[in-house]
Design a protein around this ligand. Structure first.
Ligand code: DKA
Length: 129
């Protein structure tokens, strides 16, 4: 996994406004969400992983073991039960909510493609090293 520890920064985003609206994110936070370019990276510490999201708005670190449910506080302040799994170079984040709620991140050496799904709303976001 050559992409572990590598930092990826957002450079393109599609339909993120609609995705945030579907999640119930309010107007001002959506403006911030649309204007920040977060940097993300995964750290591996034995069986434990940390997924870091850094931005001028907020920095979050998700600490988890693959396949084990944990409590996540999302960037917009919701608290959900989340499970992370790794399928090849794709890190899949499944959040237990009233609708299907997933964030998949497919890493290559130079890019990370993120697909955020909530119900039938999908946003695709592209990050690069
Ligand atoms: C990403 O990693 C997207 C993560 C989803 C964030 C949901 C809510 C953000 C509200 C500011 O690119």
């Amino acid at each position: 996994m050559a992409w572990v520890d590598k930092k990826y920064t957002l450079y393109k985003s599609e339909n993120f406004e609609e995705y945030m609206k579907a999640l119930g994110v309010g107007f001002f936070l959506r403006k911030i969400g649309n204007n920040v370019s977060p940097t993300v990276f995964l750290v591996k510490k034995g069986d434990w992983y940390e997924f870091h999201t850094e931005s001028t708005f907020k920095t979050t670190i998700l600490k988890f073991k693959l396949g084990e449910e944990f409590e996540e506080e999302t960037m917009d302040g919701r608290v959900v039960k989340t499970t992370m799994t790794l399928d090849g170079n794709t890190l899949n984040q499944v959040q237990k909510t009233d609708k299907k709620s997933t964030i998949s991140r497919e890493f290559s050496d130079t890019e990370c493609k993120v697909i955020c799904t909530y119900g039938d709303v999908v946003s695709t976001r592209w990050y690069k090293v």
